[in-house]
Design a protein around this ligand. Structure first.
Ligand SMILES: Nc1nc2c(ncn2[C@@H]2O[C@H](COP(=O)(O)OP(=O)(O)OP(=O)(O)O)[C@@H](O)[C@H]2O)c(=O)[nH]1
Ligand SMILES: [Mg+2]
Length: 235
């Protein structure tokens, strides 16, 4: 098997849907998942490159492994659940620090998953209030404004905090609007857009890294070995 040219890592709290997003993209389905143990990866050929995409465990007990998985990453997908504000806060509090081992020109995407539940919840409350499905609660025809527990603006604010944390100038990185996504692994909404936008963006990073010399290697002495690692689908 050819060595991957670049690595993308999914990070985020347990249950936000990291494994489901990856399976939706790679396998085109939404199977039942079990909470991830350790990590697992897929290899995605993209143009003339091989990109590895790492799924990580959100559970606290595996937290220490996160920085090992991020080592040398060309992009990190920080995932939260749009229905759980705490999962967005956790990205800043618990997961951002893990990306210190990523490549210096690592790209960051922020992904709010499970948007289908917002729509479902809104439809349910409309019905409870006596409005039929499809009515906009007295509105005049346009699609109803669905209140989301976490708004896209909150993700954009986090993106700007990340730039500060990494001491990056916004002129040198993609705009927040390009890097904040709302997805549904269940319906597939925006899932291809997320991964393929990112693949296209990481290609120049891979080329830059190649021009600069050999890829960074893992210093195994500085990280704990996982007790159990679920093997990747390609291993
Ligand atoms: N409705 C809905 N459910 C989802 C979506 N994505 C994931 N789920 C469900 O959320 C639960 C957790 O999904 P996982 O993909 O296992 O979450 P995870 O982030 O990988 O969790 P850990 O591996 O524990 O870190 C599962 O029951 C999924 O079926 C989505 O877009 N919509
Ligand atoms: Mg998982």
């Amino acid at each position: 098997m050819r060595k991957p040219d670049g690595k993308i890592v999914l990070l985020g709290d347990m249950n936000v849907g990291k494994t489901s997003l990856l399976q939706r993209y790679m396998e085109r389905r939404f199977p039942d998942t079990v909470s991830t143990v350790g990590g697992a990866f897929y290899l995605k050929p993209w143009r003339s490159y091989n990109i590895s995409i790492w799924d990580t465990a959100g559970r606290e007990q595996f937290h220490g492994l996160g920085s090992m998985y991020c080592r040398g990453a060309v992009a990190v997908i920080l995932t939260y659940d749009v229905n759980h504000p705490q999962s967005l806060l956790e990205l800043e509090d618990r997961f951002l620090g893990l990306t210190d081992t990523a490549s210096t020109d690592c790209l960051f995407a922020i992904v709010g998953n499970k948007v289908d539940l917002v729509e479902a919840g809104a439809a349910e409350s409309r019905e409870k209030e006596g409005h039929g499905p499809g009515t906009a609660g007295g509105g005049g025809g346009g699609s109803p404004e669905v209140p989301k527990p976490v708004r896209l603006e909150d993700a954009v604010a986090l993106y700007n905090k990340i730039l500060k944390y990494k001491m990056l100038d916004e002129k040198d990185v993609p705009a927040a609007e390009q890097m904040c996504f709302e997805t549904s692994a269940k319906t597939g909404y925006n899932v291809d857009l997320l991964f393929e936008t990112l693949f296209d963006m990481v290609v120049p990073v891979i080329l830059r890294q190649r021009a600069q010399g050999p890829p960074q290697t893992v210093d195994v002495s500085s990280c704990k070995t996982p007790r159990r690692t679920r093997s990747g689908c390609c291993s």
